[in-house]
Design a protein around this ligand. Sequence first.
Ligand code: COA
Length: 442
Amino acid sequence: MKNWKELYDAKKMTSDEAVQLIKSNDKVVFQHDVGEPAELVRAMVRNAKNYKNVEISHMFSLGPGEYCKEEYKENFHPNMWFISGQTRKACNDWGDYTTFFFHELPELMRQGRVVVDVVLIQVSKPDKLGYVSTGVSGDYTVQAIKSAKTVIAQVNEHVPFSYGDVVFPLMEYADAIVEYDEYLPTIPASKIGPVEEEIGKYCASLIDDGATLQLGIGSIPDAVCAQLKNKKHLGLHSEMLGDGAMQLYYEGVIDNTMKSFDKDVMVANFVMGTQELYEFCDHNHAVKIMPVDYVNDPTIIMNCSKMIAINGALGCDLYGQVASDTLGGDVQFSGVGGQVDFIRGAAMARDGLGKGIIAMPSMAVKKDGTKISKITPHLADKQVVTDSRNDTEFVVTEYGIADLWGKSNKERAKALIDIAHPDFRPELKEAMKEIFHHSYDE
Ligand code: COA
């Protein structure tokens, strides 16, 4: 655009002015994760008294989630696509949760099934032609910009200018520009204990040289990365790009040379980690941040060479049904996110070499100190299935690998008991007898 600078200056305003574009009953979408436009969100909350029933939707949140406080119940109605600690109470009480496979979200917006009246985004400084990058998140942001009636952009010099389909001419879309520089939230490197280390070793044993990796959030993916130092020619095609993958890139383990497409580049949907990671993404041709309907599309994933998808779970029953987003009791704990996209994409791999792995500690410790097995005879009461038993191929705990694909009910139960915590194996064996009329030792 020729006169983008003039337009840019004309649309510049303060955050408090910009959020006046939000009206009561609007459906407001935020860019998520570390990409959350924090100053715009703070301004919206400061002006809460101006709104009634503004619906707020986003995926994972790292911000304080003030709009989920009970005092703003009349002003804001949270309807989340992924739940975190700050949004959990509101969504399970007066708010709501909308479920879908993450790769579907842009299409839901295109079809108007998910309505976007206003989108709040955070972008890099414009380049000389007025193009900006959404930097740390590809996901649904670009489609939300296209679907929204109103686009409010926080321009922040700390947002990396990442390449990929996240670069766009800001003035073609923005209705309001708020210049506000602030550091993005950082996530320190995870603490890897002996349990995570063992899980990391078992997962690494399933990864061959030349594999393409998807790594989820948390200490287990980081523990897996720590065990991959001796692998060669790995590639990344992942929902998330974290510090573990960056380190492997620096060490030459991830070089993306054996990928079947997107050769030589790491492809991710969003970035989350340390400041060093965000700086690594800035103007780096080795990183491509792409929208979720590309990265998480199972038909794209199935074409990746030797695709390995590693994701966490809250629990798994003896049939191999996996629950990752609810704990039972009708409480929505997190969200489906891209877990099923990747587990399915890996299972469908064209080269027959894909592996969908659910990796989790064998045991969880509740707040009151009670220890519970994450492998249980049945899922908990009112717990929802995330991955059906047909989706679940490999389950890994610190006690080993349960390879379930093609196995009978009884074989699955046995394999899962073998990787359960030893303290719970006797009761699981009893349950196996009751459910499958078949003793573990037969
Ligand atoms: N019963 C009761 N409590 C349990 C439990 C169980 N079976 N399993 C875990 N918990 C508790 C833990 O003790 C922990 O409690 P705390 O917060 O008080 O410490 C909490 O639930 C979270 O467990 P943890 O194992 O630390 O979770 P995590 O941070 O590794 O996340 C998921 C695991 C499954 C919640 C997360 O991976 C998720 O939401 N996945 C779905 C989305 C996805 O995989 N997307 C693709 C990746 S980008």
